[in-house]
Design a binder for this molecule. Structure first.
Ligand SMILES: O=C(O)CCC(=O)C(=O)O
Ligand SMILES: [Fe+2]
Length: 220
C-alpha cells in the first residue's frame, strides 16, 4: 500500500505535531485509565454551556474539574463529587511528551487532564485553553478515529489556521507563543476507534495542563 510519511512538524512557533508518538502499549494503558475515570467519581458527560446548550463531546476531568469557564476540585455542574486524583505516571507522560516536542521539559508539572470522547458526529468549536493561570504547554494525546484538528492564532477564531490530521497515537504540544492560540476539532474523519488499544469506536483526546492553581491532588 502506498503511504505518506508523517513526520514531526512545527505547525506554528511552539506548536509541534508528533505523529504516532504513543506506542500501542501506552495507548492501551491510557484507554484503560480513561475508562476508569469515566466510571467515577464523576461520570463522563456532555458539558452544559452557559447559553443552555451542551457540548457534543463527552468529558471527564482528572486532578481539577473544568466547567465553562473555571476549574474547581469538585464537579459542581455534574454531581458535586471530588474529581479523581492526578496520578504521577500521567505527569511523567506529560514530561516525556514535552521533552519529545521541545528537547527538554522545563519542569513541566501538569495537574489536570481533560478527557474528551468524540463519536463520529462530535466536534469542538474554535476556543482558547485559557482558564489556566500558567503559561506551561498543553499536551494533547489522541487515540482512536482520525480527526481534523484546526490550529490557529492567538488573535481570532478565524484565519490564519492550519488543519492537521490527528490519528491514533499522535501527540500535539502547544506552548510558548502558541500556548493561547485558538484551536478546535471541526470534524471527526473516522469512527473506527483503535481496537488494538482497546477502543472499539470513537476518538479519545486527553489534554494535560498546568492549572497554576496550587498543590497537586495525589491519586489515591
Ligand atoms: O480533541 C482535541 O484534539 C482537542 C481538545 C481540546 O481542545 C480541549 O479539550 O480543550
Ligand atoms: Fe482546547
Amino acid at each position: 500500500m502506498f503511504s505518506v510519511a508523517r513526520e514531526r512538524r512545527e505547525v506554528a512557533p511552539g506548536a509541534v505535531h508528533l505523529p504516532g508518538w504513543l506506542a500501542a502499549e501506552r495507548r492501551r494503558h491510557l484507554v484503560e485509565a480513561c475508562r476508569d475515570w469515566a466510571r467515577g467519581p464523576v461520570p463522563m458527560r456532555h458539558t452544559a454551556l452557559p447559553g443552555g446548550g451542551v457540548m457534543s463531546v463527552r468529558t471527564v476531568c482528572v486532578g481539577w474539574h473544568w466547567q465553562p469557564y473555571r476549574y474547581s476540585r469538585t464537579a459542581d455542574d455534574v454531581n458535586g463529587a471530588p474529581v479523581a486524583g492526578f496520578p504521577e505516571w500521567l505527569a511523567e507522560l506529560g514530561r516525556a511528551a514535552v521533552t519529545a516536542a521541545y528537547g527538554e521539559h522545563g519542569g513541566y508539572a501538569p495537574d489536570t487532564a481533560l478527557v474528551n470522547f468524540y463519536d463520529s458526529a462530535a466536534r469542538m468549536g474554535m476556543h482558547q485553553d485559557k482558564e489556566e493561570r500558567s503559561g506551561a504547554p498543553v499536551v494533547s494525546l489522541s487515540i482512536g478515529g482520525a480527526c481534523v484538528f484546526r490550529f490557529g492564532n492567538t488573535e481570532t477564531r478565524g484565519r490564519p489556521y492550519t488543519d492537521v490530521e490527528l490519528l491514533s497515537g499522535d501527540l500535539f504540544v502547544f506552548g510558548g507563543p502558541s500556548r493561547f492560540a485558538y484551536h478546535g476539532v471541526p470534524r471527526v474523519l473516522s469512527g473506527a476507534g483503535d481496537p488494538a488499544a482497546g477502543l472499539e469506536s470513537g476518538r479519545l483526546n486527553v489534554t494535560l495542563r498546568e492549572t497554576g492553581l496550587g498543590g497537586r491532588r495525589a491519586a489515591s
